[in-house]
Design a binder for this molecule. Structure first.
Ligand code: SAM
Length: 321
């Protein structure tokens, strides 16, 4: 799947055997890692030439929010508090950051594009509650970054070419995150929130819904961004759920099973499990084979993966324990 927001030309690969994708963007190969940027430089008013205002990098999925009503709605939905540390992924030119800094105890912003660092430093560098980190959110340890805070909430207008990959990375670090308000492609949010039985349901839906309560907040038209993308966006609230009642080994098994289940969407869960990877097949065989195992989990053999509820996926894993 290509970046649908602006068609950035990056090749994307399928993720976890589902239709979810991960960009093979060239930015993964950039030499930078996590460099903290000094934020003590004096702030002066930023005068931007029209040329600067329009500059943006397609590679970093840059569609900057310019619609003040939408910015206000995101901030109101997020509700920054004076007693908390907030994490912003991809501050860009600071459209959300400025408002977060007014209300939050502390704001840690992770921006990958080096070219935006001077602008952000100039705008917000003098704010005591601001920390800017030049880093790739796909490899950043956010729990480490927010210290001494133990928990944080995330707000982001995510770069759409790697939006689902960043979301997955954040969920993997859920022990230090309680809530996220994220803007993503409308179509991706439809997949994330798809209930059992929906044609949009895939690995990403099961993965996100297992760890988060999802709430679609509102849609955003292309005209709210500069440059305007070709597609609509949706703002989504994710509340991290308490820990899953599975140990690490079974959690790994859960994602192997879900991935295998969705491998070929037209096939039944039975056929997909029969054709799964040799290690998973070995586990299934040691429990009597796919049909016996599915019967024990009380899942009809002819069902397709998209019809299974979270509870049913968990039942399958419990049979395989
Ligand atoms: N928050 C700004 C706004 O709403 O106008 C910018 C949003 S723009 C859609 C996405 C931002 O994420 C850009 O600033 C881009 O440079 C940054 N970005 C892209 N890939 C990133 C990554 N892997 N890690 C951190 N930031 C990234």
């Amino acid at each position: 799947m290509k970046d649908e927001r602006e068609g950035n030309g990056d090749t994307e690969t399928r993720r976890h055997g589902d239709t979810e994708t991960k960009a093979k963007s060239s930015h993964h190969r950039l030499p930078s890692s996590t460099d903290s940027v000094a934020t003590s430089s004096p702030v002066s008013s930023v005068s931007e030439s029209p040329r600067q205002s329009f500059h943006r990098s397609k590679r970093f999925g840059q569609n900057f929010l310019t619609d003040q009503r939408i910015i206000d709605r995101i901030i109101a939905a997020f509700g920054p508090r004076a007693d908390e540390t907030i994490l912003e992924i991809g501050p860009g030119r600071g459209a959300l950051t400025a408002h977060l800094l007014e209300r939050a105890g502390s704001v840690i912003a992770i921006e990958f594009d080096r070219n935006l660092i001077p602008l952000l430093t100039e705008k917000f560098g003098a704010k005591k509650n601001f920390k800017l980190v030049q880093s790739d959110a796909l490899v950043t340890d956010v729990c480490d970054l927010i210290r001494p805070a133990k928990q944080s909430r995330v707000v982001a207008n995510l770069p759409y070419n790697v939006g689902t990959a960043i979301l997955q990375r954040l969920i993997e670090q859920r022990h230090c995150l309680s809530e996220m308000v994220l803007m993503l492609q409308k179509e991706v949010v439809e997949r994330i929130t798809a209930p059992a039985g929906s044609g949009n349901r895939g690995y990403l839906s099961v993965f996100v819904q297992t760890y988060c309560e999802t709430e679609r907040l509102f849609e955003v038209a292309p005209s709210s961004f500069r440059p305007a993308p070709k597609i609509w966006s949706t703002v989504l609230r994710l509340r991290l759920r308490p820990q899953l009642n599975l140990d690490e080994k079974d959690e790994k098994l859960l994602w192997q099973v879900v991935s295998a289940g969705f491998a070929q969407r037209r096939k039944t869960i039975l056929n997909n499990l029969r054709n799964s990877s040799p290690p998973l097949q070995a586990i299934v065989k040691s429990h009597g084979g796919a049909s016996i195992m599915l019967c024990q989990a009380e899942v009809d053999l002819q069902r397709r993966a998209e019809t299974l509820t979270l509870e049913e996926w968990l039942r399958i894993v419990r049979v395989l324990e």
